[in-house]
Ligand binder design. Structure first.
Ligand code: SF4
Length: 308
C-alpha cells in the first residue's frame, strides 16, 4: 500500500463541530429536496415529526448495495487489489441484504414488505451489478496515484444561528499526481438516468452542495474538486448489439454559476423555514399537488394532507 498523503491525514483527522440537539437543528440535502418537491410534505415530516418509516425494497436494496461497494473499495484502496479481487461480493451482499430485510421486517411489526419473487429478482440484479464491477474494476477504479480520501465522509457545517448542515459523502477519491479530489455519490437505479433525470436541478444540487461544503470544511480549493454520480443499473438491455454497462457516470455542471445557485437555494430554504434564531417559522407551508403525490407517504392520510 502506498504512503498516505499528508492532506488525507488532515482530512481524516479533522475535528468537526458537535451538534447539540438541545438547541441546534440540522438540515440536509434530503430536507431541501423534499421541500422543493412539496413544502407541506417537508413540514409534516421534519417540522411536525410525522415520520413514515414503512420499509420498501428499494431502500433495502440501495442500502445493502452502497455498503458492499463501499466495503469493497475500502479493501481495494486500504489493503490491495488482490484481496479486493478475491472478495466474495455475492456472499457479502446476501448477508447485508437479508440482515437488513429482517431488521426492517421486525420494525414493520413482523410483516413482509416484499414477495419471495421480488426479493430474488432484486438479489440477482445486485449480484449482476457486483460481478460487473469486480470484472471491470480497473475501468472505474484505478490504483496508480489514487487514494481513498473517505467513505461516508462527514460534512457538519454551521449555516446559520443554531442551524447545522449535516451530511455524509458516499465516497471521495484523491488523485495525487494532479492533486485533485473526486466526490462520488452512488445511486441505484432501475435502468440508469435519462436526459430528464440528468437535467434535474434538484438532483444536481446534491453534488454541488457537497462540492461547496467540502471546500469550506476541508479547505480544498474549488478548482481541485470534481463531482460525479456513480449510477448502478439493475436492468440492462441484454439483446443490444453494443456492450451495455451496468454503471453510468454522470458529471453534473458544478461551476461558479451552479455554486451560486446552490447558495441561493440553501438561503431560500433557510429563510422560508427558520427564524433568524434558528426556530421553525410559525406558518403553514404550501402543498404541491402533482402526480408525485402517489409516491408520498401522506397521500392517503386526509387528516395530514387533504391536497386542497
Ligand atoms: S400528498 Fe402531495 S400535496 Fe400532500 S404532502 Fe404529499 S406530496 Fe404534498
Amino acid at each position: 500500500m502506498s504512503k498516505k498523503p499528508q492532506i488525507l491525514k488532515e482530512i481524516q483527522n479533522k475535528e468537526l463541530p458537535e451538534v447539540n440537539y438541545a438547541y441546534q437543528k440540522t438540515i440536509s440535502y434530503s430536507q431541501m429536496s423534499m421541500y422543493r418537491s412539496c413544502p407541506h410534505k417537508w413540514e409534516l415530516q421534519y417540522k411536525e415529526g410525522h415520520y413514515n418509516n414503512d420499509p420498501n425494497i428499494h431502500f433495502t436494496f440501495g442500502t445493502s448495495m452502497h455498503e458492499v461497494i463501499q466495503d469493497w473499495l475500502t479493501v481495494l484502496y486500504e489493503e490491495s487489489s488482490l484481496v479486493a479481487d478475491d472478495m466474495n461480493l455475492e456472499e457479502l451482499f446476501q448477508e447485508k441484504f437479508i440482515t437488513l430485510y429482517q431488521e426492517e421486517y421486525k420494525k414493520f411489526k413482523n410483516t413482509h414488505y416484499s414477495s419471495p419473487e421480488e426479493l430474488r429478482e432484486f438479489f440477482e440484479d445486485g449480484v449482476a451489478i457486483l460481478n460487473f464491477l469486480q470484472k471491470k474494476r480497473s475501468t472505474y477504479f484505478s490504483k496508480r496515484g489514487w487514494h481513498l480520501a473517505g467513505i461516508e465522509l462527514p460534512i457538519v457545517m454551521n449555516v446559520g444561528n443554531n442551524l447545522v448542515y449535516k451530511g455524509f459523502i458516499d465516497m471521495v477519491l484523491y488523485h495525487e499526481p494532479t492533486n485533485k479530489f473526486y466526490i462520488y455519490d452512488i445511486k441505484t437505479s432501475r435502468s440508469g438516468w435519462n436526459a430528464k433525470a440528468k437535467k434535474d436541478e434538484t438532483k444536481q444540487m446534491q453534488l454541488v452542495l457537497y462540492k461547496k461544503f467540502f471546500n469550506e470544511q476541508y479547505g480544498i480549493p474549488l478548482e481541485d474538486i470534481e463531482v460525479e454520480f456513480f449510477i448502478v443499473k439493475r436492468k440492462i438491455w441484454e439483446n443490444s448489439d453494443f456492450p451495455i454497462y451496468r454503471v453510468q457516470l454522470h458529471k453534473p455542471a458544478a461551476g461558479k454559476n451552479k455554486l451560486k445557485k446552490a447558495d441561493r437555494i440553501l438561503e431560500e430554504f433557510i429563510s422560508e423555514c427558520f427564524t433568524p434564531k434558528g426556530k421553525y417559522q410559525d406558518k403553514k407551508h404550501a402543498k404541491v399537488v402533482s402526480p408525485l403525490c402517489k409516491w408520498c407517504a401522506f397521500n392517503n392520510n386526509k387528516e395530514l394532507c387533504d391536497k386542497s
